[in-house]
Design a protein around this ligand. Structure first.
Ligand SMILES: Cc1cc2nc3c(=O)[nH]c(=O)nc-3n(C[C@H](O)[C@H](O)[C@H](O)COP(=O)(O)O)c2cc1C
Length: 169
């Protein structure tokens, strides 16, 4: 699938089949994440792969919009490492870019994914921190649920000329 098609047809998928995702494919997704741009190339990220449903199934206890993760095959937590920051404050954009790269790569590889917001919600951060024993200098930023889709993904038209400005507001 070409890049434009993957970007334009990526949708949040919350229903998955029970087909397994290979470790090789997960590695390709991580590779996509770490190919994201970052401020001063600081690459302040870590990725936690979740494939144990004893853990995954606890997520809705502290994340109010994550019930769909119960039927996901795997999940990835994208984390920011404050000790790796050379350009203070930009870890958030860097981790968002890595998250989006993973979503697009998942689409290109025939997977469905959904970005579950974590940072800056304190209860979601502390829930993941406690469950996964994440140290204090590491901030869980986003959670990506993954699985082969049980629903179609297609382009939606969000073009709104009022939001597009040229040379001035
Ligand atoms: C920062 C962020 C947080 C999100 N959090 C959740 C979430 O907690 N649960 C969920 O089901 N979807 C979540 N989403 C997915 C959005 O609901 C989804 O992207 C939006 O409705 C647009 O749909 P689309 O992704 O299919 O284009 C989140 C998306 C972003 C970017």
């Amino acid at each position: 699938m070409d890049a434009m098609k993957a970007i334009l047809t990526r949708r949040s998928v919350r229903k998955y089949s029970n087909k397994e995702i290979s470790d090789g494919l997960i590695n390709e997704l991580i590779e996509s994440g770490i190919s994201a741009p970052s401020a001063g190339n600081q690459q302040p990220w870590h990725f936690i792969i979740l494939d144990d449903h004893k853990l995954i199934d606890k997520i809705p206890d502290f994340h109010p919009h994550a019930k769909m993760i119960l039927n996901a095959q795997r999940a990835i937590v994208v984390c920011g490492d404050l000790d790796l920051e050379t350009n203070k404050g930009f870890w958030i954009q860097d981790c968002a870019a890595a998250t989006e790269n993973i979503l697009i790569a998942a689409r290109a590889k025939g997977l469905g994914s959904c970005w579950l917001g974590v940072y800056p919600r304190k209860d979601r951060i502390s829930g993941l921190r406690k469950m996964l024993k994440i140290p204090l200098n590491i901030i869980p930023f986003s959670l990506i649920s993954l699985g082969y889709p049980a629903v179609e993904q297609s382009k939606v038209d969000r073009y709104n000329s009022e939001r597009i400005h040229r040379n001035k507001w």
